[in-house]
Write a protein that binds this ligand. Structure first.
Ligand code: SF4
Ligand code: F3S
Length: 78
């Protein structure tokens, strides 16, 4: 699944939500989160984010990888 990472914090541009065809990007507190079980991996949100906060989990760098459980835990998914 795609994930939202650190640059989104306190920026929350929101453009990604309009790009997502399945509405799986949710606003929560200081950032937005992608529901890992609802994301269809279409990639449409990736280049829309002005601060480059979105990444594909399987291609995430180390800093981005820390946000895989952050996105997952937000929804209480297992
Ligand atoms: Fe939505 Fe597609 Fe981005 Fe997943 S990859 S969050 S389905 S726009
Ligand atoms: Fe955040 Fe970028 Fe979306 S700042 S809300 S991930 S467009």
């Amino acid at each position: 699944a795609y994930i939202i990472t650190e640059p989104c914090i306190d920026v929350k541009d929101g453009a990604c939500t309009a790009a997502c065809p399945v509405d799986c990007i949710y606003e929560g507190g200081r950032m937005f989160y992608i529901h890992p079980d609802e994301c269809i991996n279409c990639g449409l949100c990736l280049s829309i984010c002005p601060v480059d906060a979105i990444a594909y989990d399987e291609e995430a760098n180390e800093a981005q990888m820390a946000f895989i459980p952050v996105n997952r835990d937000y929804f209480g998914a297992d």
